[in-house]
Design a binder for this molecule. Structure first.
Ligand code: PKZ
Length: 212
C-alpha cells in the first residue's frame, strides 16, 4: 500500500507563494482597463477637431501617463474622469482660444461606460454632473489661453439635466468662458449628441488661485 507523506509546512508555503504571485501580478502587470474594449473607437468628429486649426489638443502627462505621473506627484488614486477606467471618461480635450479670456472654449468627447448606469441602460444623472464639474474646472484652468492644471477651484456647478444618456454613448462636451471678474471665471457648459440634442447644460464658477 502506498503511503502518502504530507509535508505539513508545505501548505502554508504554497499559500504564501500564491499570494506573493498574485501581489506581483497586481504590481507588475499593466492595469486591466475594465471597459476599454467596450468603449469602441473614438467618435469621428474628434478627427475634425484635430484638423481644425482654431483648436489645439490639450496634452498633459497626467492624462497621457496618468498612473505613473500621479504616483510621482503625490496623488492618491486615479482621475475620476480622465482615467481610462473611469465610469464616465473624457479621453481628450481641445482648446480654442490661445489668447485666453472670454470666448475661450474647451471641447472634448465623453464616454459613458457600464459603470455609469443607473436605471436599466440609462446613466446616473451624477455622471452628467461630474462631467460638467470637469469641463467647468478645466475650462477655468485655461483662462489665460494656456492650460494651467489645478490653477483654481470649481466652486459652483449648476446643472440642468435635459435628456437621458444611454450607457455606451459617446457625447460631445463643451465649456466656454463667458465672464471673468478678477479671479472669478464664469463658464457655460453643455453635453450634446451628434444630432445636436442637448443632454445637460451647466453654469459654473471657477475661482483662480491667487497666483496662477
Ligand atoms: C486660494 C487657496 C490656495 C490653496 C492652496 C492649495 C494648493 C493646492 C492647489 C490645488 C488646486 C486644486 C484644484 C482643485 C480643482 C478641483 O478639483 S475643485 C474641487 C471641488 N472644489 C472645491 O473643493 C472648492 C472648495 N472651496 C474652497 O476650497 C474655497 O472656497 C476656495 C475656492 C479655496 C476659496 O478661495 P479663496 O481664494 O479664499 O477665495 P474667496 O476669497 O473665498 O473667494 C473669492 C471670490 O470667489 C467668490 N466665491 C467663492 N466661493 C464661491 C461660491 N461657492 N459661490 C460663489 N462665489 C464664490 C467669493 O465670493 C469671492 O468673490 P469676490 O468677493 O472676489 O467678488
Amino acid at each position: 500500500m502506498d503511503t502518502i507523506t504530507l509535508n505539513v509546512p508545505t501548505l502554508p508555503c504554497v499559500g504564501l507563494a500564491a499570494a506573493a504571485g498574485l501581489l506581483a501580478c497586481k504590481l507588475i502587470a499593466p492595469r486591466r482597463r475594465a471597459d476599454e474594449t467596450e468603449r469602441g473607437p473614438l467618435p469621428a468628429w474628434l478627427d475634425e477637431l484635430e484638423d481644425d486649426e482654431s483648436y489645439e489638443r490639450v496634452r498633459l502627462p497626467e492624462w497621457d501617463n496618468g498612473t505613473e505621473w500621479r504616483r510621482k506627484n503625490g496623488f492618491k488614486g486615479s482621475d475620476y474622469v480622465h482615467d481610462a477606467c473611469a465610469a464616465v471618461h473624457v479621453p481628450r480635450y481641445y482648446l480654442r482660444g490661445v489668447s485666453g479670456g472670454v470666448g475661450s472654449k474647451l471641447v472634448g468627447a465623453a464616454h459613458f461606460g457600464p459603470g455609469a448606469e443607473s436605471h436599466r441602460g440609462l446613466c446616473h444623472g451624477g455622471t452628467m454632473c461630474s462631467l460638467m464639474d470637469d469641463v467647468v474646472g478645466w475650462t477655468g484652468f485655461c483662462a489665460t489661453g494656456v492650460c494651467k492644471p489645478w490653477s483654481g477651484f470649481t466652486v459652483q456647478i449648476n446643472t440642468a439635466l435635459k435628456k437621458p444618456v444611454d450607457v455606451g454613448s459617446w457625447l460631445r462636451i463643451e465649456g466656454e468662458i463667458v465672464k471673468i471678474d478678477g479671479r472669478k471665471v464664469s463658464v457655460k457648459a453643455r453635453l450634446l449628441d451628434v444630432d445636436g440634442d442637448v443632454h445637460c447644460e451647466a453654469e459654473g464658477l471657477v475661482v483662480l488661485k491667487k497666483k496662477s
